[in-house]
Design a protein around this ligand. Structure first.
Ligand code: UD1
Ligand code: CA
Length: 466
């Protein structure tokens, strides 16, 4: 049966104290609104409609990229109004509709599925998730009938003191509806309440009046329904997701010295027997292979890395590392870097938009940019490709088995042939033929005894002075 998801995300999120709408703030690298969208997809939703309002341009950009339909709610007249706009825009006639919030990133796909299954399998008009938080202040309270079905939801603000105390089961704001019933009744919600808003929660009473039962589905883990309204709650939600992801990775065979100090994004993958040391961040579409040692102090964003790699204090983005590569300590790999199998990039080395060939080594204090480097190359300490002339970038080509002497400057565009050697401290401005030695430095003079004579002279001059 067709499953459609509505994600309500028109709120401003004033408590975030931000220049950006709440739902574009990121949790482990993924915007808040993308979490329920992707959870709904995982639960089987073939269509996701997002209701945007405050800061719509920014939210729309995020959800458009995810292939969602967008409905703009110009005036924020309540959750019932937002849902009505989505119903009208979606024009859905059958199947099940789940309604989620754009600021609740911890809800699991299984929970959404469980709720939708209730409606589908038991042919119900609606099912709603319920929870019993330690402090129910602020939440809509659920009123049950004698049969245990949901009779109504009373908003905290509209509840009597007695109801506030007695009704402890709360509404986290996650619902599944029979689409046809929702479409038929959503227009009947009014705004006769404490806030003058159209409450989606009033659907429950409307359904009851029609004699249609509404099921309550208790959430398994209260943390799933945590909403993000402030920076403190964003940190709290991040912690919950960090524990969830790291727990899964450890169960799959990843070692973490301290899982509280490792942050793995939702799209990252890590192979078994890999160790993640403290202060490691694996963000975006990062894939780390098996038996690697990553960290400490390492941040990989959109990096693909093979097996048995060691990345020590490495910051890398949009780069590809084959197997048996070692980096660091203190390596910086910028976009477009490819490091072939068994290569080594060492201390205080920066590489950008370059290929480092199989087994090649760039061990100390170098900058390699816009370079195609062959296999078996050794780059001596402090060698630099001068790829930028102030106006344009130029490429450097280094063949196989080249030996770059320490402190070689390679002024691009320039090509160094297979098997060539450059003398230390040479500034290479012309192509070097295969197997040649390129030497660009003045000849050394040794003045015999000069240092001794100088020392004796200075000692005489300074004798007696302090
Ligand atoms: C709502 C529920 C309440 C529940 C609580 C859980 C109603 C009337 N009440 O209250 O029972 O306990 O959530 O958090 O639904 N939104 C729109 N457009 C609007 C209004 C809201 O898109 O016009 C979105 C917001 O961006 C937010 C979500 O809907 O993501 C919830 O809105 P909010 O105003 O926070 O609802 P609550 O008053 O907290
Ligand atoms: Ca809320």
């Amino acid at each position: 049966m067709a499953l459609t998801a509505f994600v309500l995300a028109a709120g401003e999120g004033t408590r975030m104290k931000s220049s950006h709408p709440k739902t574009v703030h990121r949790m482990l690298g993924r915007p808040l609104v993308a979490w329920p969208v992707l959870a709904a997809r995982e639960a089987g939703a073939d269509r996701v409609v997002v209701v945007t309002g405050a800061g719509a341009a920014e939210v729309n950009a995020v959800v458009e990229e995810l292939g969602c339909d967008i409905v703009e709610q110009a005036e924020r007249l309540g959750t019932g109004h937002a849902t009505r706009l989505a119903v009208e825009a979606a024009g859905i006639a059958d199947g099940v509709v789940v309604v989620l919030y754009g600021d609740s990133p911890l809800l699991r796909a299984e929970t959404i599925r469980r709720l939708a299954d209730q409606v589908e399998e038991r042919h119900l008009a609606a099912a709603l998730l319920t929870m019993e938080p330690p402090d129910p202040t602020g939440y809509g309270r659920i009123v049950f009938d004698d049969a245990g079905n949901v009779a109504a939801i009373v908003e905290h603000r509209d509840a009597t003191p007695d109801q506030r105390e007695r009704l402890t089961v709360c509404n986290p704001g996650v619902y599944a509806f029979d689409a046809a019933v929702l479409a038929r009744l959503i227009g009947r919600i009014d705004n006769d309440n404490a806030q003058g808003e159209y409450y989606l929660t009033d659907m429950v009473a409307l359904l009851r009046r029609e004699g249609l039962p509404v099921a309550a589905v208790p959430v398994e883990d209260d943390l799933e329904t945590l909403g993000v309204n402030s920076r403190a709650q964003l940190a709290e939600a991040t912690k919950v997701m960090q524990r969830r992801i790291n727990g899964r990775l450890m169960a799959e065979g990843v070692t973490m010295l301290d899982p509280d100090l490792v942050w793995v994004g939702p799209d990252a993958e890590v192979g078994r027997d890999t160790e993640l040391w403290p202060m490691t961040y694996l963000l975006g579409a990062t894939i780390v292979g098996e038996a690697c040692v990553i960290g400490p102090n390492t941040r990989l964003t959109n990096v693909v890395c093979g097996d048995r790699c060691t990345l020590d204090e490495t910051v890398a983005s949009f780069s590809e590392l084959e197997s048996d590569v070692t980096c660091g300590p203190r390596t910086y790999l910028r976009p477009g870097t490819v490091i072939k199998a068994g290569a080594h990039v060492g201390t205080s080395v920066e590489i950008k938009n370059s290929t480092i060939g199989e087994g090649s080594k760039v061990p100390h204090l170098s900058y390699i940019g816009d370079t195609d480097m062959g296999a078996g190359v050794n780059v001596g300490a402090a060698s630099v490709t001068c790829n930028y002339d102030g106006y344009a970038k130029h490429r450097t080509t280094i063949g196989d088995n080249v030996f770059i002497g320490s402190d070689t400057m390679m002024v691009a565009p320039v090509a160094i042939g297979n098997g060539a050697v450059t003398g230390a401290a040479s500034c290479i401005t012309q192509d070097v033929p295969e197997d040649a030695l390129a030497l660009e430095r003045s000849r050394q003079r040794n003045l015999e005894g000069y240092a001794k004579r100088r020392r004796e002279r200075l000692e005489r001059e300074h004798a007696g002075t302090d």
